[in-house]
Structures are given as C-alpha cells and as structure tokens.
Design a protein around this ligand. Structure first.
Ligand SMILES: Cc1ncc(COP(=O)(O)O)c(C=O)c1O
Length: 370
C-alpha cells in the first residue's frame, strides 16, 4: 500500500503547501486510526490529554535540539499563518515611542511592512525594488537605527528566490526573521535573533501551524491591553494551550523534526543536501547560454526557490506542459512575477531534482535557436 502510493506520487515543486517527506506521511498514515497506546487518532484526543502533551513536548524538544536553542527562548505553536505574525510582531514589540526597521528583499517583506504600518512607526532601511528584488543588500548599504524596536528581515523570499545564507546580527537591535520558507533548512544561531517565525506548510509540515521562537526578555513589551490571542505572553504562559492549538499540525511537525534528526542527521546535513540540489539546477541555468535566465543574482540565490524565465511566454507554457508529462509538478512561477519557480524544500529528493535538471537540459537542446 505504502509503496504503491509512493509510486503514484509526482515530483512536487510546489511553493507551499509543499512536499512532505514520504516516511513522515507513511508514519502519519499508520498512526491515523490510533496513535500508539492511545486508541484514537491524534485528531480525536484532547489537547490537554497526557498523550497530546507528550506529542507536543517531543516536538518542542526535537526543535530545540535541532537548532541548539538557548534556554532563554520560548517556542510557541500558533495558528493564523505567517501573515498573522506580520501583525502580531509589531503589536507586541513596537511601542509608540520607537520605530520598527524593515529590510525589504521581496514581496513577503513588503507584505509584512504593510501590516506593521497600521500598528506604529516604521522605517524602510533597504528596499530592493529598483532591481526588481533580484539581490540582497551589501551590509554597508543597510543603516539600522540604534534605537529601533526591531529589524524585520525575510530570510528567504519565496517569490523572487533570494535568500540570506548567513545569520543577521544587528548588535542590540533584536532581529525578527520571517523564516517561513527556509525554516530548518540549515543550522541557525538562534541567539542572534529576537524572534523567528515560520508557517509550517513549506519545510515543517502542515498549513494551520505557525512556529514562533521568541527571546524571553522581549515578552515584557507585550501590553495587557492586547487581545488575548494576539498577545505572545498569553501563549507563553499557557504553554501554547491558551486556546485549542492545531494538534494535527503539531503532531506532524514532530514527525518532520524526527525525520530531520534521525534520517537526515541534523540541519548541517540538511544544508549540504539543499546546497547540492540547488547547485544542480543553477548549473543547468548557467550552462544554458541565456536560454534560462535566473531571476536572482548569483550571490543572492535561494537554495529553496529556484526562479528563472524562458525566452518567451510561449516557450514557458510549453515548458510547463511538457514538464507535467514528465510528472514534474507545480513549476509555474508566482502570478506576480511569472516565469518558472522550482521550490526544492527539505523534502525534495535527489531523484526529483535530477529529473527536473535532465528535463531542463533536454528541453533547451530541442528549443534553443542556434
Ligand atoms: C516568506 C513568507 N512569509 C509569509 C508567508 C505567508 O504565510 P501564510 O500564508 O501562512 O500566512 C509566506 C507564504 O508563502 C512566505 O513564503
């Protein structure tokens, strides 16, 4: 049964919700009717039961181990997607007397800013709009206010395909990073951040779960007057049980974390796999003599979302149609930028990347004009 369903599966390049490791899906399938020792599905038991408590504790501890998270950081399992974090971050961390700094490297950073301006004073410290978000800034080009409430960055811009490969550190200014589309794709020094958030549906399981990691001292900024759900302190004090959390998503997140620890061998090994996979696709772009034009400048390229265009719209449509015949799925670029986007998150297999690379080379040899 499991093998048959594996055979039917496409090479899934979806930007999110995205591919989930096969062994995680198989484990979820086998636990679906009864979580071992439970007699019921994880979806059917109380979020306050000891059985679910063990599931959530295991998920958190695995996350802490994977990231080597310092003790003064709290983990929250929330709902509302990363878009809710676009509002919760300023509502909790930005007082009336300070300014939030935003570094814009693509569409998601802009979206985050558009929610923050509704809450309080903001300042854009760098904006890649003039080159259509094809690159990251040089460090010296970004001047952050010494007394900024926080600096918001998007570690990987999912639509444009530009990614910071290093942790950002701005001294005493807390860095808030939207890691939605590269969470757990590489080791991260959590101590450099004030807050990290990521929706789970790209690298960490299911939509409906958002993971927030917050440095404890920042919780003092959350005002009592905030609506309960929107206050980080409510969730910290209730250990993510302030309301009913997304229980199945937390369970699946735990399985993904287990897969990362026990099958992949941790985040450094995950990073190496991601580097090799992305390199194979970028090599195909670079060797194509301009047939494929990458969107991101080479030094800013994402290991998660490989974005490129073909010489014209007709060839692009043909590329997508023929790719589908080769079981290469969900390669159409985001509607706002067009082109092709291959999302190769953690669960992407070498076989999937090789199949796409071979198809790209073959398609080019048949369609490039000499
Ligand atoms: C970098 C980034 N931030 C935020 C979001 C929004 O996430 P959600 O749809 O879970 O609110 C996405 C979704 O694609 C994303 O890629």
């Amino acid at each position: 049964m499991a093998v048959e369903s594996a055979v039917e599966r496409l090479f899934n390049f979806s930007a999110g919700p995205a591919a989930i490791p096969l062994s995680v899906l198989q484990q979820a399938q086998s636990d679906l009717l009864s979580l071992p020792g439970c007699g019921a599905s994880v979806m059917e038991i109380s979020h306050r039961s000891p059985q679910f408590g063990a599931v959530m504790e295991d998920a958190e501890q695995r996350l802490r181990r994977l990231l080597g998270m310092p003790d003064d950081y709290r983990v929250l399992f929330l709902q509302g997607g990363s878009r809710l974090q676009f509002s919760m971050v300023p509502m909790n961390l930005l007082g009336a007397d300070r300014t939030a700094n935003y570094l814009l490297t693509g569409a998601w950073g802009k979206n985050a800013l558009s929610e923050a301006v509704k809450v309080g004073p903001t300042k854009v410290v760098w904006d890649g709009a003039s080159t259509n978000y094809d690159r990251l800034p040089e460090r010296d080009d970004v001047v952050v206010d010494d007394d900024a409430a926080y600096l918001h960055v998007t570690s990987n811009e999912t639509i444009q395909g530009v990614q910071f490969q290093e942790d950002l550190d701005w001294g005493t200014v807390p860095v808030v990073s939207d890691m939605s589309s590269d969470f757990l794709s590489r080791p991260v020094d959590v101590s450099r951040y004030g807050l990290i958030y990521a929706c789970a549906q790209k690298n960490a399981g299911l939509s409906g779960l958002t993971v927030v990691i917050i440095r404890e001292d920042l919780l003092q900024r959350s005002q009592e007057s905030l609506p309960g759900y929107l206050n980080y302190r409510s969730h910290v004090e209730a250990n993510s049980l302030w309301n009913t959390p997304p229980t199945f998503g937390i369970y699946l997140f735990g399985l993904v974390a287990k897969w990362l620890e026990e099958e992949i061998g941790g985040l450094a090994a995950m990073q190496t796999q991601n580097q090799h996979q992305a390199q194979r696709l970028y090599d195909a772009v670079d060797a194509s003599e301009g047939f494929y034009q990458g969107h991101a400048q080479p030094a800013s390229r994402s290991l998660m979302n490989v974005t490129f265009r073909l010489p014209n719209d007709e060839l692009q449509s043909q590329f997508l149609a023929e790719a589908a015949e080769h079981r290469l799925d969900a390669l159409k670029g985001h509607r706002s930028v067009g082109g092709i986007r291959a999302s190769i998150y953690n669960a992407m297999t070498d076989a999937g990347v090789d199949a796409l690379r071979d198809f790209m080379n073959d398609f080019r040899s048949r369609n490039a004009t000499a």
